[in-house]
Structures are given as C-alpha cells and as structure tokens.
Design a protein. Structure first.
Length: 257
C-alpha cells in the first residue's frame, strides 16, 4: 500500500473567474501561480515556494448552467482508482466523472459520498511522495472538514473505504458533535452534521496563515467575505471561515495577534 493511500494529496478550485481567483488567493495566502502547460486544458498550478499544493481551473459553462458554484475539491490518494471508484458506488456513493487518465500526471475519478459531498480519487503517474512541511507552515493545507447530512454515517463510509479512524470527539452543544479523524498519524480533519441553513453537504478546506487577523483583512481587502470567526479552537489556533470573491468557500487557520 502506498504512503498516499487514504491521504489528501492535492486540492483544486473550479471557479467562474480563474484570473481574479488567482490574484485573490496569491494575495491572501502567499501562493505563486503558473500555467500547467497542459494541452487543451486551462489549468494553473498553485505553489508555496517550490512545493505544489493545488490547482485552479475554469468552472465549465455547462456545470455553471446546471447550478454548480465555485468550489474547492480535495484529492484522496488511492492505489487503484478504478477499484476504489467501484467501491464508492457499492457503498452508496456516486461516480460523476472518470476513471480516466491525465497524461503524464495520473489517473482520477470525481466521486461523491452517499450524502453528496464531492471528492476526487487519485493515483499519481509517479511514486514520488509530496513533501510534508512543518505543521503550521503558511499557505499549506491545515485541516479538512466535512459538513455532512449525518456525520456518523459519513464517517462509516470514509472509514470503510480508506481506513480512517476516530480521534477525539468534541461536544459543541446545540451544534452537535465534532468528530476528529485520522488518516495516518495525527488528526487531519473533522466531521460534523451540517447546519440546517447549509444547502448541501460539502468539504471545507483550511489553509495555514501566519496571523488570522491580518489574513482576514487580506480576504476582505481582496473582495472576499468573512463568514465566521475568528474563533479559537482546541490547541490554541484560531479559525476564520470565508468566501472568495467568486463565492468559493475556504477557511484559514493560524495564530492570533
């Protein structure tokens, strides 16, 4: 089994205005952007220093016409995309695209869990493992959070597919339970039953910043919105949940002044 099996390995943003989104995120998170050079496809690579962490692409017009909104999607590494896509369907999920190859990059399938939250199954063309930066390094993904219709059945689905395990569970009062999950060593994310005003289940991705107050000012200064926070979370970090100028949801995590 590869080291990436069951781990989040990449993040994509599909958006209605890629150039504006590129400028926004580079300004807020310190990313650099570079065209991927892939023929027949507009795809921008997002990096911190020399380390690539994700990509940016246009939201297809037909998807937008069908009601799709700008959104981030996480890639989960697997050893066999085709076999795992079949298991997603067997477990009650759906396969929306693929499995298919990205020449020279790898094989993927865009799937959704039984409650409708989307993610991508991915196996890279090479066995090179991504470099894991020190926890808290600004610009890197820091947390993955599933807002589910029912977190208990969602956890059973992901655990059955990827072997994820439970860590601490936190009682959030009227908001219910917040269940941390582990894909290898330390907890990498959490699951909760979504608020009733959220239209559909989704994954929310948090990126590290050097200071949440300063970063939140960059969000609003760049035309984005702060939805919630800053809120302190266990361990002393602070979080802020945001929308980018095109309406894509993301969050930031880091220390406070």
């Amino acid at each position: 089994m590869s080291a990436s099996q069951g781990n989040f390995v990449w993040y994509d943003l599909m958006t209605t205005d890629p150039k504006a989104a590129e400028a926004f995120y580079c300004g807020v998170l310190g990313w650099t952007a570079k065209d991927s050079g892939m023929s027949g496809m507009a795809y921008t690579i997002l990096s911190i220093g020399e380390t690539m962490i994700g990509g940016l692409m246009p939201l297809p017009p037909e998807a937008a016409a069908a009601g799709a909104r700008p959104m981030w999607t996480g890639y989960i590494g697997v050893d066999d995309v085709d076999a795992m896509a079949a298991r997603v369907k067997q477990a009650g999920g759906s396969v929306h695209k693929g499995p298919e190859d990205i020449p020279g990059v790898g094989r993927f399938a865009y799937v959704a869990d039984p409650q409708g939250a989307g993610f991508i199954l991915f196996k890279g063309a090479s066995d090179a493992q991504p470099v894991e930066p020190a926890k808290g390094t600004p610009g890197f993904p820091g947390w993955r959070e599933l807002h589910a219709s029912n977190w208990e059945s969602a956890f059973a689905f992901y655990s059955g597919l990827f072997g994820w395990t439970k860590d601490e569970a936190m009682d959030m009062g009227p908001m219910g339970t917040y269940q941390l999950f582990v894909t290898g060593g330390d907890p990498v994310g959490g699951m909760m039953t979504k608020m009733e005003n959220m239209p559909a289940p989704f994954w929310l991705y948090y990126f590290y910043v050097e200071n949440v107050d300063a970063a939140a000012q960059r969000v609003t200064g760049g035309g984005g919105q702060v939805l919630n926070g800053p809120h302190e979370v266990p361990g002393g970090a602070w979080i802020v949940q945001c929308l980018d100028p095109q309406g894509g949801a993301f969050a930031i995590v880091g220390p406070k002044t």
